[in-house]
Design a protein around this ligand. Structure first.
Ligand code: ATP
Length: 198
């Protein structure tokens, strides 16, 4: 099964692109969404988080204490790496289970991850797509979608590789600048992946 990693900076439109692939019948694994889910579901992960960051990491109800974790890892690279070292293998476990469940007639699969290159999970994919958009457009999209300030979005952008760095690593590129048709760019790649599978 061909595994295609797909990524893009915050607000680039990678989820929007994935939705188009889904319409074409391509199963999509949303790694960031799954990462949030398994924080309260994966027992190995939960025990690891408690051991690393203390019992206060979870409320008695089992809900994740985001504030507690954020206060520890915010601007502390070593602590953030510790958290990632727990979360990334758990996401890989979830991905493997997900792969076992996909319909057998699926042409190929997509794995969407904001930090596909930063987390090195692209190495587990056969090929990769980078979605980009002009910086101002990304800022406008995210401030409108999430109701946050441009400064908050810029701070999140600073934690990601630049588009130039990612372009050098990606095999395919979709430019989501609202002037080129997204659908035709997706259809073009879809055809290529179908041919690659044959
Ligand atoms: P994040 O990393 O924050 O999850 P993302 O890269 O997944 O972002 P999307 O959520 O797909 O980006 O898009 C960000 C916002 O921009 C959404 O509100 C989406 O509807 C809008 N958007 C994306 N692409 C387009 C487009 N081509 N035309 C109009 N709006 C768009």
């Amino acid at each position: 099964m061909l595994k295609v990693g797909i990524t893009g900076g915050i607000g680039s439109g990678k989820t929007t692109v994935c939705k188009i692939f889904e319409v074409l019948g391509v199963p999509v694994f949303y790694a960031d969404l799954v990462a949030k889910e398994i924080m309260v579901k994966d027992l190995i992960l939960i025990e690891g988080v408690k051991a690393a960051f203390g019992g206060d990491s979870y409320f008695d109800s089992g809900v994740l204490n985001n504030k507690h974790i954020a206060a520890i890892v915010f601007n502390n690279k070593a602590e953030l790496e510790k958290l990632n070292a727990l979360v990334h293998p758990a996401v890989f476990r979830a991905f493997d289970s997900w792969l076992e469940e996909i319909p057998p007639n699926s042409p190929y699969i997509l794995k969407e991850a904001a930090l596909l290159f930063e987390s090195e999970s692209y190495k587990m994919c056969n090929t990769s797509i980078l979605v980009t958009a002009p910086k101002q457009m990304k800022l406008d999209r995210v401030t409108e979608r999430d109701g946050v300030s441009a400064e908050q979005v810029l701070a999140r952008m600073d934690k990601q590789f630049t588009d130039e760095q990612k372009l050098a690593m990606a095999d395919h590129h979709i430019l989501n600048d609202e002037s080129r048709s997204l659908i035709s760019q997706v259809l073009d790649l879809h055809q290529r992946f179908l041919n690659a599978k044959a």
